[in-house]
Design a protein around this ligand. Structure first.
Ligand code: FAD
Length: 293
């Protein structure tokens, strides 16, 4: 099937207008359309009405606001890659955006669409889970905030309810944080075979105060390697800690064999990429030591 079924189209003129439209049954947000339109062509999605939010500039901002990096749901992948403040505070974001799809997809695909699509291979889901970001979900009754770690209920399913949209992602900014993302794909621009994001916060004594480990495409619950994070807390950021955390992450994830590789290969990648991401995150944390800017 290459042609979507009949669908109506509404262009939202404001967030309030979008929310009013979405309160009707069978309405669905259209952001970049890179995932939704192909699903409609395959008739895997058959919304009655598309609510186009592409004109809502207020949802596209990226800025630091006090102790929080705020990323609008309508920010494009390319905007995030261009954002100096995002790259400085969370280089993991730039690492990941450099390897999300290709320049054409990055020019139009959005942060919100990536999270809401809830594809298990979506790179930003692991990035924001590792960074312990918060999703701001807007409805006609106001906003509710949900940790990104609780945002995905499973493949292609999120906590966003009828009449709601994802407005923003908020990432906390702390002193002494370093982050990195490592991905292996079959070819340039492809989805991950496996990928790992690491966020390390070092304390005054240089021990690991908090660790975030996000896993992409390997069946990790909520995209997180929670057991490996628990192991790292309080330890020295050294090769021995990283190797042991990597082994824990590889054991606890649940990859499935598919055209991208067998299960044991994916576990091997998780272990190796965890070490590499942690190593780079630790180097960056050391370089950023000092008060937050
Ligand atoms: C060829 C190709 C390669 C790709 N490779 C990668 C890759 O390597 N890594 C990767 O991470 N991604 C990849 N992607 C996906 C890309 O990141 C898409 O941009 C993303 O999946 C969807 O974003 P979108 O803005 O196009 O969303 P859309 O397709 O418009 O929407 C996707 C879903 O999210 C919902 N939605 C969108 N925005 C909101 C919102 N604000 N609130 C509530 N619901 C919303 C829609 O209703 C729909 O259900 C690839 C896509 C393509 C086409």
């Amino acid at each position: 099937m290459q042609v979507p079924s009949y669908v109506e189209y509404e262009r939202a003129s404001s967030v309030e207008h979008a929310l009013a439209l979405l309160s009707r049954p069978d309405h669905r947000v259209l952001a970049g359309g890179h995932s939704l339109i192909p699903m409609m062509k395959l008739r895997l999605a058959q919304p009655g009405v598309l609510v186009d939010i592409n004109g809502l500039a207020e949802l596209a901002q990226i800025r630091k606001d006090g102790g929080v990096l705020r990323i609008g749901a309508l920010a494009r992948h390319a905007d995030l890659l261009d954002s100096a403040v995002a790259g400085e505070l969370y280089p993991i974001v730039h690492d990941a955006e450099r390897v999300v799809a290709d320049p054409i997809v990055r020019l139009w695909g959005t942060v919100g669409g990536s999270l809401c699509q809830a594809d298990p291979s979506e790179d930003l889901s692991a990035v924001f889970a590792a960074a312990r970001a918060t999703a701001v979900i807007r409805g006609q009754d106001g906003d509710r905030e949900i940790p990104v770690r609780e945002f995905h209920l499973g493949p292609y399913e999120t906590v966003i309810g009828p009449g709601e949209l994802l407005a923003e992602v908020r990432v906390p900014v702390h002193r002494g944080v370093g982050s990195a993302y490592e991905k292996v794909a079959r070819r340039v621009g492809d989805w991950s075979v496996a990928a790992v994001g690491a966020v390390l916060r070092l304390g005054q004594d240089q021990a690991i105060e908090e660790a975030g480990l996000g896993l992409t495409a390997v069946g990790a619950e909520h995209f997180v390697a929670a057991e490996a994070e628990d192991f790292l807390r309080g330890r020295a950021p050294d090769e021995e800690s990283f190797a042991r955390a990597a082994a824990i992450a590889a054991v606890h994830c649940r990859p499935v064999a598919d055209q991208r590789g067998p299960e044991d290969y994916k576990r091997h990648l998780v272990a190796e990429l965890t070490i590499r991401a942690l190593r780079r995150a630790a180097e960056r944390a050391a370089a950023r030591a000092g008060p937050p800017r």
